[in-house]
Design a protein around this ligand. Structure first.
Ligand code: MG
Ligand code: MG
Length: 266
């Protein structure tokens, strides 16, 4: 989606800017924690979207996706075979579904962008495994985000882990630099070759977001011209963190802590 990228050069962030971005990411993290408690069979994702919007506004922030590229909501809600960019409207969760919730917030001029794929009720073992491995892919990608590596090392590590499990790595959509715009350089593909791409430098802030499919890596765009779904209609998982390079090593600005706390209470 290179057309979405508004800047040609990587804009490295100062420590002070990274602190603001941490708060933007934490606002989104807390929003996902709030949502986590509500994810269950029968839940109406449009109501949950409104809850997310209210919470973000209560934190002196703005919903990051609302109105961006004319997207009408606060959350991207993608069910089962939907990969990303789904609408919340009309989505009532059912037992056995998985639902990817992607959320952005704009705080003091900087964006947070963070996603989690939730299980609804009892999910099939093969789908649980897909979620587990996709989360591992994200964490492995984060570990490779350090000075001395290149952007290609991140994608290589993610791809390698996913393909070891026989999964399809979505290539049509990628992670991205993050800052005063939602999508900046560099693009951060979930595939790649070791030692290729731009050098990772101090102050880099990126959103790493593996989109991993149970079956084929091929995706199509739905008739609504927004939702991306798998070509074989098998399940897809998506997790996203915001990561800054500080003192040469990755610092995750977002957190799944609030989601995990909410899920542990269920
Ligand atoms: Mg996102
Ligand atoms: Mg993103």
């Amino acid at each position: 989606m290179s057309s979405l990228f508004s800047k040609e050069k990587i804009i490295y962030k100062t420590p002070a800017e990274i602190e603001i971005m941490r708060e933007a990411a934490q606002i989104v993290s807390r929003t996902l924690g709030l949502i986590a408690a509500e994810i269950k069979p029968g839940a109406d994702m449009l109501k949950i979207d409104k809850m997310a919007e209210e919470y973000i506004r209560s934190q002196n922030a703005l919903p990051g996706f609302l109105g961006m590229y004319d997207f009408p909501n606060t959350l991207c809600v993608s069910l089962n075979a939907e990969v990303v960019h789904g609408y919340p409207k009309g989505k009532i969760l059912k037992d056995g579904d998985i639902v990817s919730v992607d959320c952005g917030a704009l705080f003091e001029g900087f964006y947070g962008d963070h996603a989690y794929t939730f299980e609804v009720g009892e999910v099939a073992p093969e789908i649980k495994e897909l979620l587990k491995v996709t989360l591992e892919c994200l964490n492995i990608g984060v570990e490779h985000t350090r000075v001395g590596n290149r952007i290609g090392d991140i994608g290589w590590a993610i791809q390698n882990h996913a393909e070891k499990h026989g999964y399809g790595v979505v290539k049509d959509l990628v992670g991205h630099g993050l800052g005063r715009t939602m999508h900046e350089e560099p693009q951060v593909p979930n595939y790649g070759r070791r030692g290729q791409g731009k050098k990772i430098q101090e102050g880099l802030v990126i959103a790493i977001e593996p989109m991993i499919n149970l079956g084929t890596e091929r995706v199509i765009t739905a008739g609504d011209n927004w939702t991306i779904l798998t070509a074989d209609r098998k399940a897809s998982a998506h997790f996203e963190h915001d990561v800054a390079v500080v003192n040469g090593v990755p610092e995750v600005l977002s957190t799944f802590k609030y989601v995990e706390e909410a899920l542990a209470k269920k």
